[in-house]
Design a protein around this ligand. Structure first.
Ligand SMILES: Cc1cc2nc3c(=O)[nH]c(=O)nc-3n(C[C@H](O)[C@H](O)[C@H](O)COP(=O)(O)OP(=O)(O)OC[C@H]3O[C@@H](n4cnc5c(N)ncnc54)[C@H](O)[C@@H]3O)c2cc1C
Length: 500
């Protein structure tokens, strides 16, 4: 039943209660819903998403060529075999998610165009009250829940990050951010400059180079690229032998995890060797005579930022064929015709694509309150990078940077289910991480140590995020190799989780 306010906004009178409320229907939220249904079929749940459909990242990003940059054997869930090539398009990923939803009856639990604006915890009531604005009807709804499972990702979906360059207003061409790519953008035969050289630029450039007049990748500093086969030959072999897809999925998962563990280990232990390996793997694929040091040898060590995977070396092929080129320089100003660089050179352009990254969204831009006190996330300390001091009955899925995000989403789902079971057994209605006496004065550091990983979108907003400590369980680990053992073995009764 709804009432109408003086303002004309419809307000729902009835409050709906669910045992678990999942924020976000991206790959994390769909995975969380699956695990909850599997492990607690009796619990009521709802998944709320601000967008018109599921998929999150894969629904939002529609620029040409959009695809995964990690393999789908590990970016896919552990419970549903991936049957395609290792690197997948967004349509293929969305289709996979469609199947997960349909096969597990999750549709009935997901509500789209439901943006959560506020979440308020009451210790007296032992529940969260969640305010929701409906995008389609304009209604304001209220839900209550015992447990809030944050699967809202880490960046704002509505728009990406574009630096404010001087002169951008006088540019006569079109400026486009990949996150809000216009359906009707016509770049055929045109001069396109792509600013940035991360995974997005690496995806976009070969896709548009086919039809554009010429594509220039303009970067301030280089990125590590790694050309990998789009299809793993082991998968081809196993499929040719008619091995069950479940086995192929597990074998390929282990293969990719082992390969990446090795590259991560070498990058940490002997970064110079990792650098040499990556540079030498690029060299034969690049146009002869290109200045590799200037354009392809980053100042940071391998894996301090994400290594951009090139399926079958596609972007290098565009460079070799002369359809694309790379410029390493700093933007001085936009001009009417293009971009003037610090070196004095001018790049003329019809279209400029700003592949300059994301705007970090701190916990879904939801305003949080606990017992009447507004939550300042920067004052909280994370418990294992998934819960937070002072935030009862709440968990957050933040995946890996180097390994696929979903490996951690699956692990966290198991952890949350184990925690819920532990609470049920004890009759606890509240769990909250709290520092012990021995943790007083503990050294606190940023949510992600910039020495470990430092992309721009994190650096810009790190001061808004929770802190991590210098010991277990207050550290936020980023290695699947460590966490796959540690999380399932985490002692839920070590005194850092307080139950009531
Ligand atoms: C183009 C692209 C390619 C990528 N490729 C890879 C890859 O190959 N491998 C990899 O590991 N990672 C990759 N990533 C990182 C990727 O974002 C994550 O791996 C993963 O998709 C995140 O899933 P998620 O469900 O946690 O978050 P998201 O996909 O961001 O989904 C979060 C959902 O929560 C919803 N939401 C947020 N706030 C609210 C709110 N207040 N109320 C209601 N709903 C809300 C959003 O609408 C969204 O649908 C890629 C990222 C991009 C942009």
């Amino acid at each position: 039943m709804t009432m109408t306010q003086a303002s004309g906004t419809a307000v729902q009178e009835r409050v709906e209660h669910v045992d678990v409320l999942i924020v976000g229907a991206g790959i994390s939220g769909i995975g969380a819903a699956y695990h909850l249904r599997e492990q607690f079929p009796g619990k009521s749940l709802v998944v709320l998403d601000a967008l018109e459909s599921h998929g999150g990242t894969w629904w939002t990003h529609r620029y040409p060529g959009v695809r995964s940059d990690s393999d789908l054997f590990t970016f896919g869930y552990r419970f549903k075999p991936w049957r395609g090539a290792s690197i997948a398009t967004s349509e293929e990923i969305l289709h996979y998610l469609d199947e997960v939803i349909a096969e597990n009856g999750l549709d009935a639990h997901i509500r789209y165009q439901h943006r959560i604006t506020a979440a308020t915890w009451s210790t007296n009531d032992r529940r969260w009250t969640v305010a929701v604005a409906r995008g389609d009807t304009g209604e304001e709804l209220t839900y209550t829940t015992d447990f809030l499972w944050m699967c809202q990702g880490y960046y704002r979906h509505a728009q990406g990050y574009t630096p404010q360059w001087p002169g951008i207003d006088q540019f006569q061409g079109q400026v486009v951010h990949p996150q809000t790519w216009p359906d009707d953008l016509d770049y055929a035969g045109k001069r396109v400059v792509v600013i940035g050289s991360g995974a997005t630029a690496a995806t976009l450039i070969p896709a548009i180079a086919e039809t554009a007049g010429h594509v220039t990748m303009l970067q301030r500093s280089p990125t590590f690229f790694y050309a990998r086969p789009k299809t793993h030959e082991l998968a081809t072999t196993l499929r040719a032998l008619d091995i069950p897809e479940e086995w192929t999925h597990e074998i390929l998962r282990r293969t990719y995890i082992a390969e990446l563990n090795e590259l991560t280990r070498i990058s940490a232990e002997s970064p110079d060797d990792a650098r040499t390996f990556l540079i030498e793997s690029m060299r034969p694929l690049l146009p002869p005579g290109i200045d590799i040091d200037k354009h392809f040898n980053p100042t940071y060590r391998p894996w301090q930022q994400r290594i951009a995977v090139l399926p079958d070396g596609d972007m290098f092929a565009a460079l070799r064929e002369g359809k694309a080129s790379v410029v390493t320089d700093t933007i001085e100003t936009f001009t009417e015709k293009g971009i003037r660089l610090a070196s004095g050179a001018e790049l003329e352009a019809d279209v400029v694509v700003t592949a300059t990254g994301f705007d970090l969204s701190v916990f879904g831009d939801i305003s949080f309150t606990v017992d009447g006190q507004p939550v300042d996330w920067a004052q909280t300390v994370t418990y294992r990078g998934l819960m937070f001091t002072g935030l009862p009955n709440l968990a957050y899925v933040f995946g890996y940077f180097r390994h696929s995000w979903t490996l951690r989403a699956d692990l966290i789902s198991d952890f949350v289910c184990r925690l819920l079971r532990r609470m049920e057994k004890q009759g606890a209605t509240m769990v909250v991480p709290a520092l012990r006496d021995e943790d007083a004065g503990m050294q606190l550091g940023p949510w992600v140590d910039p020495e470990n990983f430092n992309p721009g979108y994190l650096a810009r907003s790190m001061h808004l995020m929770p802190k991590q400590g210098d010991r277990e369980p207050w550290r936020h680990l980023h290695e699947y190799a460590e966490e796959r053992e540690m999380l399932p073995a985490a002692d839920l009764d070590d005194g850092t989780l307080v139950y009531r």
